[in-house]
Design a protein around this ligand. Structure first.
Ligand SMILES: NC(=O)c1ccc[n+]([C@@H]2O[C@H](COP(=O)([O-])OP(=O)(O)OC[C@H]3O[C@@H](n4cnc5c(N)ncnc54)[C@H](OP(=O)(O)O)[C@@H]3O)[C@@H](O)[C@H]2O)c1
Length: 310
């Protein structure tokens, strides 16, 4: 199965909403679920997914769904890769994953499965594991692929230098790079690099993660006057314009939603096209505004493999 051109982000699914939202997502036409050990909801997703697949009224088949999982940063040590894969695949109740990504290039010490951002008890700072070489992590990812447990392998939150290091040693090339991309953070250099290397780019926070951005006091892309002007012109919503722009940039958006209306709206982006003027106007919005710095605990930015500008 080719990677479906839009993904549904699952980080907000919980035991109350999961069954209803997953079922609605499939009805709307989503075939691509973006999951991660980090979101701490894989068992809930697996349980509900299994019940949907077994329900003859739903008419959804496993082979029609593309499921992504992510190796957490406390699982980058060589002996942890297959351990965390097994955890995710059994929680998601699937024998194979369609795509398995290394969630980030900076490694945390393994203290327990769910201590993603491990903290050193004495210093109170991020407990990095600097002995990990992510190229060796990649070699373990390749083993999962050779064992046919994952159909594709890829990376998330790696920068260009880190991608080059992986590519230098890789026997199986990364299929995908999942990074934050939206009108305010267009990632032109990294996208160009991926295009030249034939690596598919997936965008998280594709509509600029409005609530998180607002909470952090940052600009909210879907409130931007230019995006809204373009939306009015095409009789579409600001989110649809943000997502359509990614589609026209050959980027796969991974979008989440908290209402069924948003879910349905976000997938309806095939019936209009942004013209040259629209693309030029959106191009001018790029201001390098990152929403996710992945620095949940103090000290992460000091990790030698922290991928972003500090
Ligand atoms: N690889 C990584 O490190 C990484 C990091 C972050 C996220 N992700 C993945 O990317 C997915 C998406 O990220 P995200 O949720 O942060 O960003 P997003 O998709 O840009 O923003 C989603 C939020 O926008 C609002 N929204 C959605 N559709 C809307 C619409 N049509 N109109 C108005 N508001 C709408 C909803 O919040 P309100 O309704 O509350 O406003 C929703 O929670 C995640 O679920 C996850 O799978 C990956």
């Amino acid at each position: 199965m080719d990677i479906p051109k839009i993904g549904f982000g699952t980080h907000q699914l919980n035991s109350v909403t999961c069954r209803e939202y997953l079922s609605h997502a499939f009805k709307c036409g989503y075939q691509h679920l973006d999951c991660a050990h980090r979101y701490m909801n894989e068992s809930v997703i697996g349980e509900n997914l299994e019940s949907i697949l077994l329900d003859s009224n739903e008419s959804v088949k496993r082979e029609d769904i593309f499921i992504t999982g992510k190796l957490p940063i406390n699982g980058l040590a060589e002996d942890k890769v297959s351990y965390f894969f097994d955890k995710s695949s059994s929680a998601l109740r699937t024998k194979y994953l369609d795509l398995y990504l290394i969630h980030g290039p900076f490694s945390a010490k393994y203290l327990s499965d769910d201590e993603y951002y491990a903290v050193d008890k004495q210093t109170g700072l991020f407990a990095a594991d600097e002995s990990v070489d992510f190229r060796k992590t990649w070699a373990e990812m390749e083993k999962l692929h050779r064992r046919e447990l994952v159909k594709h392998i890829g990376l998330s939150n790696f920068n260009k230098r880190q991608m080059e290091e992986v590519l230098e040693k890789a026997e199986i090339r990364p299929k995908v790079l999942q990074i934050e991309v939206h009108g305010y953070l267009q990632q032109k250099e990294l996208r160009e690099f991926c295009r030249d290397e034939k690596i598919i780019v997936e965008a998280f926070a594709p509509i600029g993660s409005p609530v998180t951005a607002a909470e952090l006091g940052k600009k909210v892309l879907i409130n931007d006057p230019i995006i809204n002007e373009i939306a009015t012109k095409h009789k579409k919503s600001a989110s649809q314009v943000a997502l359509r722009w990614l589609r026209q940039m050959d980027v796969i958006p991974i979008v989440s939603a908290v209402t069924k209306e948003q879910m349905a709206e976000n997938i309806r982006i095939d019936d209009f096209k942004l013209d040259e003027d629209d693309l030029k106007a959106i191009d001018g919005l790029d201001c390098g505004m990152r929403v996710y710095y992945l620095d949940d605990v103090k000290g992460v930015r000091d990790h030698p493999q922290y991928p972003f500008e500090k």
